[in-house]
Design a protein around this ligand. Structure first.
Ligand SMILES: [Zn+2]
Length: 531
């Protein structure tokens, strides 16, 4: 059977920019567009030229991508000619390979929101597609509210789509703008559309308001659509858009799609998907969703003892796909309920050789259990577990010693009369027979301590220069008689590799200090720093 080409259209930089709390700079847009292009996305929608200065600048020069750099905007305004509409003119002038227009396809919206007639709406679609074609652009039409519009007035919804196709639009994209349509409805309606417009000219743009945007995208493909629009990590207004990070591996790894379709994403690019997903979160300063399908930290994590021993014998027993294919890792969680098999599996994964009858393995298990009772969480802190294991089974070198630290927090008025809080830390470190003292200010006590600690590690400094702290989580636990604080710190190195460390104490600064120390020592071990 001949394989069909299925196209991916990314709208992270346009629809994804509607996400609450997301505000892309031009540098963000350039970096994300490059990432999408490397992944093999066919269309990268960059934004809405003319709508804001960032987007206008983004489209002010040619961005050389392998995929098609796409500008988004409205069809000509009702009652104006295409040549006399400043918004349309800006869109046509944008340095883009393709233009994606948005137009109403629900008669109710045409009358109430646009305050025009159905005929004028269709004329506007025709004129705009024609004008963009004349400019040499590839044209797409996003039919807004298509599914709701189709339910209310199928003839009109179809007429809008058909008008664009007849004028030469490459793609007619059916949008579930309110995100409330269910998969069986999507499949049925797309099935109706492809009787009129060939499926290899039909796209789907789904929103996630019933958490079925991914399912709706696949329902449309089953019915004949051949373009999927979505965003990285499902970014988007309200509950988000269809998540390309879930869609891509399903298309590549599930036979129902993989046997039938080719997409622009290569097997090699797929192996970078987890990294791409995390890099986007990093850029947006968001903690990655641990439970994200395929790419989340927990996506291939197993906790229970029997599952763990089966996974060691054959990973396929509890995994629907192999984690390496997406650039993720298998993980066997070491927890209070852990048996020896979990500990052995985890040791194997981190590359520590141990014999199952070695008494030190039992000792490690005892230590893990004991420390978890007082609040440590090794299943969330892989790097702290690895250090503990290495210390118990072999030796972690004593690279350096923090002989003393001091942290102060001061609140005062600054020179312009504003009340400010400043934190300062002083750290005394012994490296070999050399003593150093470092001081640093920070926006908080932990930040100050972190800055001071990493300021001067003597001969080890070069190993930790690329280290950065990417997430910091604090929980107050009530274990036994008094409350303790658990701090989890996520770190990243210059290669984008991440790890998590843990500290527990009645004192938040002390708990943070333990987690910071583990992170630095882990980096030194990982880099093979000499003693
Ligand atoms: Zn949308």
């Amino acid at each position: 059977m001949a394989r069909e080409r299925l196209y991916l259209f990314d709208t992270t930089l346009r629809d994804g920019a509607q996400t609450n709390g997301v505000d892309f700079t031009l540098a963000d847009k350039l970096a994300i567009a490059a990432m999408l292009d490397e992944l093999g996305i066919d269309y990268v929608e960059g934004g809405y030229p003319g709508a804001n200065p960032t987007d206008t600048e983004f489209f002010s020069e040619r961005r050389h991508l392998r995929g098609k750099f796409t500008a988004f905007g409205m069809t000509r305004r009702p009652g104006r000619s295409a040549s006399n509409d400043p918004g349309l003119a800006m869109l046509l002038d944008a340095q883009a390979d393709a233009i994606c227009f948005v137009a109403k396809s629900w008669d109710y919206h045409v009358k109430v929101a646009l305050e025009t007639t159905c005929e004028e709406n269709i004329a506007s679609i025709r004129d705009s597609v024609r004008a963009a074609k004349a400019k040499g652009r590839e044209v797409l039409l996003d039919c807004e509210h298509f599914f709701d519009g189709y339910k209310a007035n199928p003839e009109f919804a179809l007429a809008c789509a058909k008008a664009a196709y007849d004028e030469g639009a490459r793609w007619v994209v059916l949008c579930d703008t309110n995100g409330g349509t269910l998969p069986h409805d999507v499949e049925k309606i797309v099935g109706d559309v492809v009787k009129l417009i060939p499926g290899d000219h039909v796209g789907i743009h789904a929103h996630n308001d019933t958490e079925q945007a991914v399912a709706n995208s696949f329902a449309a493909v089953r019915a004949g659509a051949r373009q999927i629009q979505g965003t990285l990590n499902g970014l988007g207004e309200r509950c988000g858009n269809a998540n390309l990070v879930s869609i891509i591996p399903t298309l590549k790894l599930k036979p129902e799609f993989a046997d039938k379709f080719d997409i622009g994403v290569s097997d090699a690019a797929l192996k970078k998907l987890a990294h791409v997903s995390h890099a986007l979160d990093e850029r947006l300063n968001r903690a990655p969703n641990r439970h994200a399908p395929y790419v989340g930290d927990s996506a291939f994590a197993t906790k229970a003892g029997i599952h763990a021993s089966a996974i060691m014998k054959d990973p396929a027993t509890y995994e629907h796909v192999a984690p390496e294919g997406i650039g993720n890792k298998r993980k066997v969680l070491v927890s209070e309920q852990a048996g020896k098999s979990n500990v052995l599996a985890e040791l194997e994964r981190v590359g520590i050789k141990a014999d199952k009858d070695d008494p030190r393995v039992s000792r490690l298990l005892d230590i893990v259990k004991e420390r978890e009772t007082i609040g440590y969480a090794y299943e969330s802190a892989d790097a702290s577990f690895e250090l503990l294991a290495r210390r118990t089974l072999g030796a972690v070198p004593a690279y350096f010693d923090v002989t003393q630290f001091d942290v102060t927090v001061e609140q005062r008025y600054n020179a312009v009369g504003e009340r400010v809080t400043v934190a300062m830390a002083v750290v005394k470190v012994k490296v070999g027979d050399q003593d150093t003292i470092s001081a640093a200010e920070g926006n908080g006590p932990v930040n100050a301590l972190d800055q001071a600690l990493r300021k001067d590690l003597g001969k080890y400094q070069k190993y930790i220069d690329g280290l950065s702290l990417t997430d910091f989580r604090v929980r107050i636990l009530n274990s036994g008689t008094e409350a303790v604080t658990r701090v989890l710190i996520e770190s990243e190195d210059e290669n984008g590799e991440r790890w998590t460390t843990v500290g527990v104490s009645a004192n938040i600064i002390d708990a943070s200090f333990q987690a910071l120390m583990d992170s630095i020592v882990f980096k030194l071990v990982k880099s093979g720093a000499p003693v």
